[in-house]
Design a protein around this ligand. Structure first.
Ligand code: UGA
Length: 439
């Protein structure tokens, strides 16, 4: 078993640290935020992830997991230090590596024995070569240090499951020594491990995420065409899914992909390509389809209603997907301001994301319009002129078609997640618009 330190307790770092401890390794999670560290010590997770708190409490109790702001103490005698800090997007689409550099400097100044530094954060191909050089330049003690790439593939909302049941772990190393340590850390998970060189590992992460983004944008493109020629995207997707070469996952058309990863990683890879004198046209197209897709239903509704001024608009779902309170790049963030600009009176419902959303759009008047957050869907629908569905929460899915007809002033629904059966909505007397299906 290994002594591991993990820098950063966001989705990537915390889930990695907690699952390593679950495998029996001795783990210290490091974060500069004292409040967060104090919270985690009480067994409370700063992020909403199914199963995470239970594992945090269990392994903390077993003394295999600890939290600290004291990076020096955590790093000095670790066998491996995992970096899981954020790599936000810069204005030009490239990845901002400031946090990685800060941690790399702290590592260089702290370590007192040979140590493997493992970068889990998503970084442009070639970055880890630079991180290794950077650490070596700032090393204080006479120790060996090597950097490995070990990208993360968990999805928010299913992070613990995605790690414990990972499809594969990717290990990108430049020496047998580094590979053996990482193999030793990951073998207890009992999942497939793929060993490649460092740059390939970095590329696998981007290529995987961007492929999934391409898949979604492709389905959205086909969905838009389905509408024009009278086909149904859900039937088309089902038919496609039986082909093993295509597979059944990530074929859902809708309001476009959001979140902190696909939008950022598609832009980062096209930007990396451009820096290298190459235009990554496939991924560029995925980005442009996605941008248009986010406002597609808004535009359709705008055409149908002429103006939203003074209308009561029900918005169901604010987060970029269910199972998370994350709003990054969510369709709601594009559509709500457009609706407010036109003077809409929005009643928004989200089971976990409303308070985050209210930080950006506080309850009350906002520009020409107004926004109210409600804790039950019926309040949002009551007397509404139009309803938008942006997230496929189970709480939304269980609302039966008749309720839209009964509660709304005019039962007009724009569903960005295709959660209802078109015929059932029509039979209930609802004017129902979705993506890529007859309406
Ligand atoms: C994504 C990847 O799925 C993870 O494998 C990866 O590790 C992660 O990025 C990352 O790089 O950290 P995540 O962004 O949490 O995970 O969420 P996804 O479940 O992939 O969904 C992303 C977006 O695509 C959501 O807005 C979702 O609604 C949308 N989506 C997904 C569709 O529109 N259609 C689909 O068929 C699937």
């Amino acid at each position: 078993m290994y002594k591991i330190a993990v820098a950063g307790t966001g989705y990537v770092g915390l889930v990695a640290g907690v699952t390593f401890s679950e495998m029996g390794h001795q783990v210290t999670c490091v974060d500069i935020n004292e409040e967060k560290v104090a919270l985690m010590k009480t067994g409370v997770s700063p992020i909403y992830e199914e199963g995470l708190e239970e594992l945090m409490q269990k392994n903390y109790f077993l003394d295999r997991l600890s939290y600290t702001t004291d990076y020096n103490a955590a790093y000095k005698d670790a066998d491996a230090i995992f970096i899981g800090v954020g790599t936000p997007e810069r204005a030009d689409g490239s990845a901002d590596l400031t946090h990685i550099a800060t941690v790399a400097r702290q590592i260089a100044e702290s370590i007192k024995k040979d140590c493997l530094v493992v970068v889990k954060s998503t970084v442009p191909v070639g970055t880890n070569d630079k991180v290794e050089q950077f650490i070596q330049d700032f090393l204080v003690n006479d120790v060996q240090v090597e950097v490995a790439s070990n990208p993360e593939f968990l999805a928010q909302g299913s992070a613990v499951h995605d790690t414990l049941q990972a499809d594969r772990f990717i290990i990108g190393t430049e020496s047998d020594w580094a590979r053996d340590i990482l193999m030793g850390i990951y073998e207890p998970f009992g999942r497939p491990i793929v060993c490649v060189n460092r740059r390939s590992a970095e590329m696998i992460k981007y290529a995987s995420n961007d492929f999934l983004a391409l898949k979604i944008s492709y389905m959205n493109d086909i969905a838009n065409l389905c509408e024009l020629v009278g086909a149904d995207i859900q039937d088309v997707a089902e038919g496609m899914s039986f082909d093993d070469r295509i597979g059944g996952k990530f074929l859902n058309a809708g309001i476009g992909y959001g979140g902190s990863c696909f939008p950022k990683d598609t832009k980062a890879l096209t930007s990396l390509a451009r820096e290298n004198g190459y235009e990554l046209r496939t991924v560029q197209s995925a980005i442009s389809v996605n941008d248009d897709q986010k406002t597609k239903l808004y535009k359709e509704a705008n055409k149908r209603l002429i103006t939203f001024n003074g209308l009561k608009v029900a918005v169901l779902g604010l987060t970029f997907k269910p199972g998370t309170d994350d709003l990054r790049e969510a369709a709601s963030l594009v559509n709500v301001p457009l609706l407010l600009e036109q003077g809409a009176d929005i009643f928004a419902y989200d089971p976990v994301g409303a308070s985050n959303f209210a930080k950006r759009y506080p309850e009350g008047r906002s520009g020409k319009g107004a926004i109210t957050y409600v804790s039950n869907i019926e309040q949002a629908l009551d007397d509404a002129n139009v309803c938008f569905i942006f997230t496929e929460w189970n709480e939304v899915k269980v609302v039966v078609p008749d309720r839209y007809k009964e509660l709304m002033r005019t039962p007009l629904v724009y569903d960005g997640r295709n959660i209802y059966d078109v015929k059932e909505m029509e039979a209930a007397g609802v004017e129902y618009h979705s993506v890529g299906r007859r309406s």
